[in-house]
Design a protein around this ligand. Structure first.
Ligand SMILES: [Zn+2]
Length: 86
């Protein structure tokens, strides 16, 4: 199940509800041959690498590219993944 920005906001507003798992993600920065800045994000939940541009990430954050994971990488260095109660 995908984590939405609403899930993330609800979690931040009510952390005691534990709507999301929270984990720090790892970031590597690099530059393409055109000089644009890329960010590689290592998902702490599924270990996949996601890639985005610095300006895109700063504007809207980033979602894990693994569609089975769907965690959201926030701007503060932590990732959010919705807790699914089965
Ligand atoms: Zn992931």
């Amino acid at each position: 199940m995908k984590t939405t920005y609403t899930d993330m906001c609800n979690h931040l507003r009510n952390p005691e509800l534990k709507l999301c798992e929270v984990n720090e993600y790892t970031v590597r920065q690099g530059f393409s041959e055109h000089g644009s800045s890329w960010i590689h994000i290592g998902c702490p939940f599924c270990k996949e690498q996601s890639m985005t541009t610095a300006w895109s990430f700063a504007g809207s954050g980033k979602r894990c590219e693994n569609s089975n994971c769907g965690a959201i990488f926030g701007l503060s260095g932590v990732a959010y993944k919705k807790v699914v109660n089965e």
